[in-house]
Design a protein around this ligand. Structure first.
Ligand SMILES: *Cc1c(COP(=O)(O)O)cnc(C)c1O
Length: 382
């Protein structure tokens, strides 16, 4: 049996890319519990508890709140595919790679998609959204990424929520990189559909996408004139599985649900406000320390995500070889730039369990060592 590889042993890593983040031992142990069936009454209770905790974290009363079986992108497809039909006008606020992904999915739904903004790294002011809504009074959906992981830019949502309400448009929000790290107020901001991912600020391994639909969004799905193209992501049969009938739709990924349940317990034990404060403080600290070392903040002031610290590289940092050394010599994973930002920026993640002072100090010490090795004679950290 010489062909069988040995049991896979992952290397020891400090996860400081914008996802996946470190999963606590409590979450990993929960995932090692014995498998039970998706129609077992105990699984029903587990799902009910997850749904209740997700409502607390999303700050919503929405009944249809659950984890999609799949990663954040499955959440994105679930959100857009249920509410968009061919010909529907959708305004998409675009400022980075994940907004472009929303755009691509909305187009595949056959929607008549209009781009607002379009320039990477620039938050979109409310008045541009107001102009777009005024020139497209038939807009059904406004889609926006709250925390644009590709740029580290925070897009404020409150004003957009008010504008959508005035115009009767539905607000669909990508909170993959914000939920559990910075404030997200689904009901308070008038969001109709909001989705996230388990492996970012919630610190659960990748594989689930928490999502919530307002009653209006559920009605839009129920009253579609055309059939939903996806069977797997159709929220109508999923809500029958989540409801008291427990009708089989697809097999719930039980071990992932164990992990999410424990991860959400940890989020609520810490408390949302203290958790937001931890991210805000350590993100600001890391950014200031990187700035001192010659890394310029990428996002404009006032729109910087604490959980995705995006910085332009100083001359002495050569992107790929330096990230490779961070990984090989220090076990630290940070992310480079996407698209046009490749080779120009780094994105350092401080998400959930990865957001610790120890990690901030470790990445700074490693950068100082690397900088000293390529700039002999220059004292580190100066
Ligand atoms: C990570 C991310 C996604 C995609 O999630 P996957 O889990 O990689 O499918 C979508 N939107 C944003 C803002 C993200 O950060």
């Amino acid at each position: 049996m010489g062909d069988i590889p040995p049991r896979f042993e992952p290397p020891i890593r400090r996860l400081m890319a914008p996802g996946p983040s470190q999963a606590d031992i409590r979450v990993r142990e929960a995932m090692a519990q014995p498998v039970i069936g998706h129609l077992d009454p105990a699984t029903g209770q587990l799902l009910n508890e997850i749904q209740a905790m997700l409502r607390t974290v999303f700050r919503t009363e929405n009944v249809l709140t659950f984890p999609v079986s799949g990663t954040g992108t499955a959440g994105m497809e679930c959100a857009l595919m249920n509410v968009l039909e061919p010909g529907d006008v959708a305004l998409l606020l675009v400022g980075g790679a994940f907004a472009e992904r929303m755009l691509e999915i909305a187009r595949r739904c056959g929607a008549d998609v209009r781009v607002v903004g379009g320039e990477w790294g620039r938050p979109i002011p409310d008045d541009e959204v107001a102009v777009a809504l005024a020139s497209h009074p038939d807009a059904k959906v406004v889609g926006v990424v709250h925390a644009e992981t590709s740029t580290g830019v925070l897009q404020p949502l409150e004003g957009i929520g008010r504008l959508c309400e005035e115009h009767g448009a539905m607000l669909v929000v990508d909170a993959v990189a914000s939920l559990g790290g910075i404030p997200v107020e689904v009901d308070g901001w008038g969001i109709d559909v909001c989705y996230s991912g388990s492996q970012k600020c919630l610190s659960v391994p990748p594989g689930l996408a928490p999502i919530t639909f307002s009653e209006r969004a559920v009605n839009v799905r129920t009253n579609r004139a055309t059939p939903m193209h996806s069977f797997y992501l159709d929220v109508l049969p999923i809500s029958q599985y989540l409801g008291s009938e427990r009708l089989y739709h697809h097999t719930a990924p039980i071990s992932m649900l164990y992990g999410l349940h424990e991860g959400l317990r940890m989020v609520l034990e810490e408390g949302l406000e203290p958790r937001w404060r931890r991210h805000a403080e350590l993100g600001a600290e890391l950014l200031a320390a990187l700035h001192e070392r010659g890394f310029e903040p990428y996002a404009p002031e006032g729109y910087r995500l604490p959980e995705v610290v995006g910085v332009r590289l100083p001359d002495f940092i050569d992107d790929k070889p330096m990230r490779r050394r961070l990984l090989d010599e220090f076990g630290i994973e940070v992310a480079g730039g996407l698209g046009d930002l490749a080779g120009k920026v780094w994105r350092v993640g401080l998400m959930g369990e990865s957001c610790t002072r120890e990690n901030v100090e470790a990445v700074l010490a490693a950068i100082d060592t690397l900088a000293a090795s390529v700039r002999p004679g220059v004292s580190s950290g100066a």
